[in-house]
Design a protein. Sequence first.
Length: 90
Amino acid sequence: MRSRFSAYALDCQQYLLSSWHPTTRPDSIESDPSIQWLRLKIIDAAKRPDQVEFVATFKLNGKAHKMHENSRFIFVNAHWFYLRAIEANK
């Protein structure tokens, strides 16, 4: 999860695609240069080994925003792959 956040912050699209499971991976990722990723806070990674709840803080047009998500991962051949977002706990 942390490496994918860093990849978004550094606009490393190839890493994002290669760490995304092939069954749910898009053909490409379009970055938005107006977004500045600022902070990642892991809320919970202990309930389930394949799920991470987090809040990512970013700046868009000079205003701070937060994205709250539960991400689902899958472990294949000794590597974790991002599978999909699931609804965050409210």
